[in-house]
Write a protein of this length. Structure first.
Length: 285
């Protein structure tokens, strides 16, 4: 990850939500080349993360067996033992939820608003914290679960064919951006992390399964989450990976990205559309 890749996220957030505290999860070896961002945006801090798994099958098999043993001994996901072992076995796309919960457990102000987000492919066109609500919010993608091979496989592999059949007609809820009040975000993280730990052997060394868990929790009684989902044309979160390019435009006067004629406050996955990637790069460097 380079400073230029993170600049659109930070520059646009700085513009629309000045002073918001930002904690970036970064590899140890990347911190030095990102120091310019901290100088430019003083509210940014870095959370170093482990970036390498064992390469050999023998090493990975040993760690999976160790995971199984630790779980049999009754260690929960938030124990120090589980946290250390997860650093060696759980991909950062999932381990970020474990790290986030530990960070947020240090914050007690219930009126705080929190965003859990990707960074490389998000740009802000409005203040993402203006929608004060009692529930957390995430964005919907423009396909159902059954229409996406990746989302389908994550849910099948984790929860089986019956659960996949129940969820297959649901629109995909994107796990790459979730925002809401602190206490509700903590509840969400606890449920996510319980599922990650429950399925740790299945997801060891793999990426992407967080979205399978995210959709399972939103759409099942097991999750019981107070979660609001928002579509691409609703004006808050637009998740554009599967969006029809004909529905996306750039307003010539305001330079804002619009979806079905509406400028969303948060644009996610803009880099899936070359003209948007060019537009963002030109306007946020």
């Amino acid at each position: 990850m380079s400073a230029s890749q993170l600049t659109p996220f930070l520059a646009s957030l700085h513009k629309h939500s000045f002073g918001t505290d930002v904690r970036l999860l970064v590899r140890h070896q990347d911190i030095k080349k990102l120091t310019s961002l901290k100088q430019r945006y003083p509210s940014v801090s870095f959370q170093p993360t482990l970036s390498r798994f064992p390469r050999s099958k023998l090493g990975r098999d040993f760690l999976v067996k160790l995971l199984q043993k630790v779980k049999r001994l009754g260690f929960t996901y938030n124990s120090d033992t589980a946290q250390c072992l997860s650093a060696l076995t759980i991909h950062i796309a999932l381990r970020r939820y474990l790290i986030a919960e530990r960070i947020l457990n240090q914050h007690k102000n219930p009126t705080d608003m929190v965003m859990l987000a990707d960074s490389r492919d998000i740009v802000f066109q409005g203040n993402p914290f203006t929608e004060k609500c009692n529930s957390i919010v995430c964005g919907l993608e423009s396909k159902t679960i059954s229409e996406c091979p990746s989302n389908s496989s994550w849910i099948r592999n984790l929860y089986g064919l019956d659960i996949h059949s129940q969820l297959s007609g649901k629109p995909i809820a994107c796990s790459g951006l979730t925002v809401g009040p602190l206490l509700e975000i903590k509840t969400y993280l606890k449920k996510m992390n319980q599922e990650i730990w429950l399925n740790a052997e299945k997801i060891a060394f793999e990426c992407g399964y967080d979205q399978g868990i995210h959709n399972y929790l939103i759409n099942s009684d097991h999750g019981a989450l107070s979660m609001r989902v928002t579509g691409n044309s609703d004006g808050f979160i637009a998740t554009l990976g599967h969006e029809d390019p004909d529905n996306i435009s750039i307003n010539p006067s305001t330079k804002a990205i619009e979806v079905c004629g509406t400028p969303p406050a948060i644009v996610h996955q803009y880099d899936r559309h070359l003209h948007l990637q060019t537009h963002v790069s030109m306007n946020y460097q």
